[in-house]
Design a protein. Structure first.
Length: 317
């Protein structure tokens, strides 16, 4: 069965890391009343609402010719802790790309690895609820918590969530390009507590939309994997970068993590739902903060569905 390669080439915008400086965000204050019930003297004025958070896109194609999907991956940099999200997702592909009953939305690590108001990790998988609903020509996505759960607010780029659409006419039936944009974006920050004010600073709106080129996708003839597997990294030993590959015979929530010899987490290379196929990730010998780690033995672990595998690698500086 013919497999369509994973990654679309990007025409414009958000191909690189998100540029989101830790500056103050400014928005029109539409609150008629303050939290204490008194009239808001700043109503209608532009006010500082907190520290910036920014959103960007990635897109993948997955599945075989009879099960074609397009997944839109949302990246976020949160320079302060965020207590929820609300946004509307639009595209210009019409009926060639639909959400409907077959569309799904999954949390990324930004909504999975959350904390309470005191900065302690929250272990419940339901700490941050994620909902989506198709409304006319767009998909509305909301994330919220009923117990003051919030994101790390560490200024590090990570996956916020991802939406998977269905291509009812197959990948071959998609238009040459697909443009995505957002509207109605609200990212309630926490630095202005007790007020939760919008701290969104940049995202692809209708005037700054992101266009992906579907006509330049690669096509491979190799069959889909029949079993889960994790390959030995190459090169090994390595300095400074090594490549880790694995196979997924079916779509699965996939997490690839690097640990040091003490069992401490060093870097999360991916943590999201991934399509069936052959996947490759590079590790650059850096931790989650971008610091180069010391020479020594490290382990990488793959968790995909019920499959778990771990292998050892050696970094020599």
């Amino acid at each position: 069965m013919k497999r369509l390669l994973i990654l679309l080439s990007l025409c414009v915008g958000f191909a690189q890391a998100l540029d989101c400086p830790a500056d103050s965000s400014y928005h029109t204050d539409n609150r008629t009343l303050l939290p204490d019930g008194t009239p808001n003297p700043n109503y209608g004025q532009m006010i500082a609402t907190g520290i910036c958070a920014c959103i960007g896109f990635e897109v993948t194609l997955s599945g075989s010719s009879d099960d074609s999907t397009v997944t839109l991956i949302f990246k976020m940099v949160d320079n302060e802790a965020i207590r929820g999200i609300q946004l509307d997702v639009y595209h210009d592909a019409g009926s060639d790309l639909v959400y409907g009953d077959e569309g799904v939305v999954y949390k990324g690590e930004k909504l999975e690895n959350v904390f309470d108001e005191y900065g302690d990790p929250v272990t419940s998988s339901n700490a941050m609820q994620l909902l989506s609903n198709e409304i006319n020509d767009h998909v509305k996505v909301m994330a919220y918590s009923t117990n003051r759960t919030q994101t790390a607010g560490d200024g590090v780029e990570g996956t916020l969530f991802q939406i998977t659409y269905k291509a009812p006419n197959g990948h071959e039936g998609l238009p040459a390009t697909i443009t995505f944009w957002l509207d109605g974006v609200r990212l309630p920050g926490t630095s202005m507590a007790p007020d939760l004010l919008d701290v969104s600073c940049s995202y692809p709106d209708v005037n700054n939309a992101v266009t992906f080129n579907t006509s330049e996708m690669g096509i491979g003839d190799d069959p889909l994997p029949t079993a889960f597997s994790l390959a030995q990294n190459y090169p090994n030993p390595f300095n400074p970068t090594t490549r880790i590959s694995f196979d997924l015979p079916e779509q699965a929530l996939t997490k690839l993590v690097v640990y040091n010899i003490l069992g401490q987490q060093v870097s999360v290379l991916t943590n999201r739902h991934m399509s069936a196929g052959h996947h490759v990730f590079d590790w650059n010998g850096q931790d989650a903060s971008g610091n180069s780690v010391a020479s020594g033995v490290y382990f990488y672990e793959l968790r995909a569905g019920d499959f778990v595998a771990k292998k050892k690698m050696l970094l020599l500086r």
